[in-house]
Write a protein of this length. Structure first.
Length: 95
């Protein structure tokens, strides 16, 4: 497996992006279902379409606006947290 990762530059980053999209979609779906909302109702609350919500939940939407994500979080009584991992350079600068 390590050979696969190392033999394809950028492959690891692409896989991580897909995993992040899947996790985001799952969280949106789970929060929506806990609140008993349909995709159509959430879309109406947010001012978008049901198909947009469906694509986000299915990780099929590569280009969405942060504004849309913030609106979805607000409608679901949630919040958006953005984290940037420490880079080796940032860690060295602190030391």
């Amino acid at each position: 497996m390590d050979r696969l990762w190392s033999s394809r530059p950028g492959h690891r980053a692409a896989v991580r992006r897909e995993i992040a999209k899947l996790a985001l979609g799952e969280r949106i779906r789970d929060a929506r279902e806990v609140q008993g909302l349909t995709q159509a109702r959430l879309a109406q609350m947010v001012g978008t379409t049901q198909s947009c919500i469906a694509r986000l939940e299915a990780a099929e939407c590569a280009n969405f606006k942060l504004e849309t994500l913030l609106a979805i979080a607000g409608a679901l009584n949630g919040r958006v947290t953005i984290k940037f991992p420490a880079t080796p350079q940032a860690v060295r600068m602190k030391a």
